[in-house]
Design a protein around this ligand. Sequence first.
Ligand code: MRU
Length: 353
Amino acid sequence: MIPTVEWKKGVVSMLDQTKLPSETVYQECKDYETVARGIKELWVRGAPAIGVSAAMGLALGARQVNEKTYEKFWKKFEAICEVMAATRPTAVNLFWAINRIKKLVQNNKDKDLDTIRQMLVDESQHMLEEDIVTNKSIGRYGASFVEDGDTIITHCNAGSIATAGYGTAEGVMRAAVEQKKKIHVYVDETRPVLQGARLTAWELMEEKIPCTLITDNMAGHFMYHDMIDLAIVGADRIANNGDVANKIGTYSLAVLCKEHGIPFYVAAPISTIDFNTESGAFIPIEERDPREVTHILGKLPVAPDGVKAANPAFDVTPARYVTAVITEKGAFHPKDVHKLADSSTDPEPYRIR
Ligand code: MRU
């Protein structure tokens, strides 16, 4: 497993995923501004990876605030948190991570500032390690839905590099393979940024998991011909009612699955569930540069010059299309995810209604 993001002696080292699969380049971020830029420009992407990177960015930011009193420090630190929060609007792990770091600072206001600064470094490292443990647990629960010989379809990249390591949707595939199940994965290329083609296909090949790359509009064809057993995708934000925001095109895939009676699983950590957002209708959807649509990877034009193009980066799959949400605490019917809000209890897992 190649590291997604690391804290290296006061530098946040980030795998630049825009360069994959042709080059493996790490960007060395020496300040929070560069981390924020890296999140915005997709050097690092994928909800859990964004969360961990933001936490490391805030740890850098705290070191950049050269104040002597807590009150002055806090004022500047809050402004840094706002810069980080403005990077990408949809993946809730970003805001989850920022809030966790902010709370840590507030709960330790009586400590000296250097102690607080070190606590942020330790906490971001802890979040990284915790994410890998979480993903392995998601993988174990999810693998129980995968049978030997299954063909899986996936969309976007919810692999090791979309997280701190191991992956969510891809973690399920990895765990199934670790259990000696033979699987084959159909990978949607995921227009317009091609996370499927550039990242998922690359990761699966590195892991020697058999896969076939398809364009997004081919999924229905393979389902019609009975070639897909189940779909597994990640998520950027799951609303309290079980609606799922994930990479644009996920909704179409889920509708196709329903039509063909194919189970549609969402693998995501509890940190991706936004208990404060009632339904998918309230999830902010990032609108990205139309150039991503009119040009392949920002370079080769594939549309007439000056054409109007829309580019919502995510869509919402209503809960009724989701067979189960697979979390680190087990798999749940999407209508039951709200029960996970109370972290002190372990709700009863998966039941098909
Ligand atoms: O725009 P991206 O590449 O950040 O979008 C990523 C996705 O939509 C992933 O499917 C999601 O974040 C899950 S990652 C484990």
